[in-house]
Ligand binder design. Structure first.
Ligand code: PLP
Length: 423
């Protein structure tokens, strides 16, 4: 019996012992094509020589130095790299160990910003239903995934949830994408009015929704309207790019394609590409300034923030993506993947929608393509798909639907940027 408290205690997992480019290899020598990067993590594939060397070199020099005593070269260099390429206004980076921590830091940063400004009444968050922002309590409260929240509901702070921008199910027949985006913007405005505009701290959303909906981008103009509404009420815009950021959708930050700049943005998975655990919160100049000129101290922190080796790994990953021009490859491969999926599944009676950007693609599965009825979630279709795919040597990321018909089962694909082509 394993003494590991595994994710699923009634399941046996193959033992991963090696990796090779887009493949993972188990102890029996079976190879699995990593078409989802685990959970959109392994964007450079496995065992990249340059990243291995950078990690080895950093550990050999300095593995770790506590950030209450020191800064470190890789942390400074990674912050420079990110800020130089980030949406306008983001001027500093708070490094953490993963996505949930990045979201927690963003939430607390938003709260502290308003305290420093003398607006302590700003305490409410608004996020979207069918969203996932992490599993720690603040991030879980922010997310709108009913299944993940339900057991822990008594521990969660209250967050206002509005509809996601999910054209496949949300856009009404005969409604233009612009009118749909406008309707959602009006819903956000209504929620702000309900809570009291002067009490709202931030609106949180993923530019392209990953785990909960399966690679769903917003309709054109939606985020611009959201930005305007936030600005009108002095509310911060937090964009969660933990899954969709770092080149996954074909630009370093997914927000670039929306033409908006957030006040805070979170990144994680593709940042270190799995070579080390790392996440980050990018902070706008006005927030940094308010805290710097106020208390001068962000009242937060973890032991492993700004881990030198994690920063060195992430810097090597990001430099590799840039020097190998992999983002152009993501766009090219992504178009190819969409075309292949449409050619293969476009007429499939149980594939309702094929969507996404770059190498971030989703297929929504439905019992009835005509009226978009999802499969009964009790069938646990997603679990069967995952098992079957693994048996065939393929890793994909399927997710269950909801009984209320708010979404169907979907399969998320997030392959590494290094693929040669699609076979
Ligand atoms: N935010 C988003 C958008 C995510 O997709 C995830 C993880 O899937 C998280 C936050 C949480 O990240 P982590 O699992 O690294 O804590």
């Amino acid at each position: 019996m394993s003494h590991v408290f595994h994710r699923h205690l009634k399941q046996r997992y193959p033992t991963a012992v090696g990796g090779e480019g887009p493949y993972l290899i188990d102890a029996e020598g079976r190879r699995y094509l990593d078409a989802c990067g685990g959970a959109a993590v392994s964007c450079l594939g496995h065992r990249d020589g340059e990243v291995i060397e950078a990690v080895r070199e950093q550990v050999g020099r300095l593995a770790y130095a506590h950030t209450s005593f020191f800064t470190s070269e890789p942390m400074e260099a990674l912050a420079d790299f990110l800020v130089e390429r980030a949406p306008e206004g983001l001027s500093s980076v708070y490094f953490v160990s993963g996505g949930s921590e990045a979201v927690e830091a963003a939430l607390k940063m938003a709260r502290q910003y308003f305290l420093e400004r003398g607006e302590p009444e700003r305490r409410h968050l608004i996020a979207r239903r069918q969203s996932y922002h992490g599993n720690t309590l603040g991030a879980l409260a922010t997310g709108g995934n009913a299944w993940r929240r339900r057991p822990f509901e008594p521990l969660l702070v209250e967050v206002g949830h509005v509809s996601p921008c999910y054209a496949y199910r949300g856009q009404a027949a005969g409604e233009t994408p612009e009118a749909y985006g406008e309707r959602l913007a009006a819903e956000l405005e209504d929620e702000i009015q309900r809570l009291g505009p002067e009490t709202v701290m931030a609106f949180v959303a993923e530019p392209v929704v990953g785990a909960t909906l399966g690679a769903v981008p917003a309709v054109p103009g939606y985020f611009k309207r959201v930005r305007e509404i936030c600005d009108r009420h002095g509310i911060l815009l937090i964009l969660d790019e933990v899954m969709c950021g770092m080149g996954r959708t074909g630009s370093l930050f997914a927000a670039e394609q929306e033409g908006v700049a957030p006040d805070l943005t979170t990144i994680a998975k593709g940042l270190g590409a799995g070579y080390q655990p790392i996440g980050a919160t990018l902070v706008s100049e006005r927030i940094r300034e308010a805290i710097a000129e106020g208390s001068g101290f962000f009242q937060h922190g973890h032991t492993y923030i700004g881990h030198a080796t994690a920063c060195a790994a992430a810097l090597a990953v990001q430099r590799a993506i840039e020097s190998r021009d992999l983002m152009a490859r993501v766009r090219w491969l992504g178009d190819g993947l969409q075309q292949r999926l449409e050619a293969r599944f476009g007429d499939h009676p149980h594939v309702g929608d094929i969507r996404g950007r770059g190498l971030f693609r989703g297929l929504e599965l439905v019992a009835d393509r005509g009226d978009k009825t999802p499969f009964d979630p009790a069938r646990k279709l997603h679990a069967a798909i995952k098992r079957t795919a693994m048996d065939e040597g393929l890793m994909c990321y399927p997710m269950g639907g909801t009984l209320d018909g708010q979404r169907g089962d979907h399969i998320l694909l997030a392959p590494p940027f290094i693929l040669e082509e699609f076979h």
